[in-house]
Design a protein around this ligand. Structure first.
Ligand SMILES: Cc1cc2nc3c(=O)[nH]c(=O)nc-3n(C[C@H](O)[C@H](O)[C@H](O)COP(=O)(O)O)c2cc1C
Ligand code: SF4
Ligand code: SF4
Length: 434
């Protein structure tokens, strides 16, 4: 069986699956049970400064989006950082770390954006023996209105400044957790690096309103008669998180900066995809909240089985492997030409592909009187829409034409040459450059 052991920033853990800072890591009871279930590490629920703990609402704090089978796709929350006393959390972290020396424990922190506040908490965290800290510059609700969380994460100068304070006052790894509530994630990532961050983790939750109660006329969850925006996470945010991870991994200024990936990770495959895009490990929240801690067993067995099949002996073998294949649109090969092909044996004759292509794509699917659906190669632009609306998996596939074959749509033979937009005759810039 493949070895899933990972070394992230010198922090060893038996597997790359860590629980993200959130309710699953809020207390000793949870974290012990998580470790017994097999999780490789945890990022403890965010601690705040000494003093009276924050206060959460006393009504519903979650909203959600579901698929047709009622499977949870997106989770929205208005929870704050830990509402338990700092001292209690620190004692628990110390005890758990002592009992589980082989697991990673990272302490998530969010204190006011003042050097004194960070200087006060860092030595106390160091005393717990935890393996590192994660700076929560991401929570988009509640704490942001108090000048913390995403209020810091949206200003690269603040990120750099606070990261530097932490590096100066704490010896172990500092991970900067980024907010997705920005326009270009590369700026905060560069700021974290400039401040000396050992790694970035992303994403925290996305600003969201998931639903509106049309009787009460208020966004949900409703507290009294009002609602507020929350933080969105779960499977629905994975594509957004993957793009952000890839952007940081392939940006020349941040390439090589270790990344802990977060966002909708539910299966071993999600984890493998993030790791292929450059993440050294992954963090999970919603999946554990939906299915319980034991979901890690599936993740561990699935990942190691896949690695065995592929001949990977360590996660290092495939981390970052997809990064060189993430490019800008202008570099895509315009001579790579495909056509849709329908497997008539698998087709259930529902007609969705026909409706989609006829009404919104290129009128490239023919429907016969007996409802046989066939692709017209002379019209098909290979957009892939039919594949995505077809309810039968693998019923429609995209078949790439080989060099020398005729593209019936354009009447041209397929070229073996790689040619992209930068050299295309229709590109005004390309023509100007000639
Ligand atoms: C209820 C809830 C509370 C959270 N609290 C924190 C927190 O205290 N600190 C933090 O950094 N992130 C917090 N998060 C964000 C998660 O750590 C994670 O970044 C996010 O949920 C995306 O991962 P997921 O899609 O696996 O849930 C919270 C998420 C949820 C759902
Ligand atoms: S790939 Fe696009 S254009 Fe071709 S048949 Fe399917 S929907 Fe139509
Ligand atoms: S959407 Fe799929 S199953 Fe339905 S008619 Fe088209 S090919 Fe057949």
């Amino acid at each position: 069986m493949a070895d899933l052991k990972t070394n992230f920033l010198g922090i060893e853990s038996p597997n790359p699956f860590w629980l993200a800072s959130a309710p699953p890591t809020d207390k000793e009871y949870n974290v012990r049970r998580a470790f017994e279930a097999g999780w490789g590490g945890v990022v403890w629920k965010t601690l705040g400064a000494e003093g009276p703990p924050v206060v959460n609402v006393n009504g519903p704090r979650y909203g959600a989006i579901w698929g047709a089978d009622r499977r949870l796709l997106g989770l929205n929350n208005i929870e704050l950082i830990t509402d338990r006393p700092l001292e209690v959390n620190l004692e628990e972290i110390t005890r758990v770390k002592k009992d589980y020396p082989d697991r990673a424990i990272i302490v998530s922190l969010m204190v006011p954006c003042e050097e004194a506040a960070w200087k006060a908490i860092l030595p106390r965290v160091a005393e717990t023996g935890a393996d590192g800290i994660e700076l929560n510059f991401g929570c988009p609700h509640g704490m942001a209105e108090r000048g913390m969380g995403s209020a810091v994460g949206q200003v690269p100068e603040y990120i750099e400044m606070v990261t530097r304070w932490c590096k100066e006052n704490y010896d172990k790894p500092v991970i900067v957790k980024l907010t997705p509530n920005i326009t270009d994630v590369r700026f905060p990532a560069r700021a974290a690096k400039a401040g000396g961050a050992d790694a970035v983790s992303l994403i925290n939750t996305i600003n969201s309103i998931v639903s509106v109660d049309l009787d009460q006329m208020a966004p949900e969850p409703i507290i009294g008669d009002k609602g507020t925006h929350g933080g969105y996470c779960g499977p629905a945010v994975k594509p957004i998180a993957m793009n952000m991870v890839a952007e940081i991994a392939r940006c020349p200024q941040t390439h090589g900066l270790p990344i802990s990936a977060i966002g909708g990770i539910t299966t071993w495959r999600d984890a493998a995809e993030f790791m292929a895009l450059g993440a050294g490990n992954v963090q999970v929240c919603t999946a554990a909240m939906t299915y319980g801690f034991k979901i890690v067993e599936e993740m561990i067995s699935g990942l190691s089985q896949w690695m065995d099949e592929k001949g990977y002996t360590s996660t290092e073998d495939f981390i970052g492997m997809a990064v060189p294949n993430v490019t800008d649109w202008q570099y895509l090969n315009l001579n790579s030409i495909s056509k849709a092909k329908i497997d008539q044996d698998a087709c259930i004759k529902c007609g969705r592909c026909y409706a989609a292509c006829e009404d919104t794509s290129h009128q490239a699917i023919a429907m016969s009187e007996d409802r046989t659906f066939t692709v017209k190669d002379d019209e098909c632009v290979a957009c892939n829409l039919c594949v995505n609306v077809c309810p039968v998996e693998n019923c429609i596939s995209m078949v790439e034409l080989q060099p020398g074959e005729l593209d019936e749509r354009t009447g041209e033979t397929v070229s073996a040459e790689y040619a992209n937009w930068t050299t295309h005759p229709n590109n005004p810039s390309a023509q100007a450059a000639e």
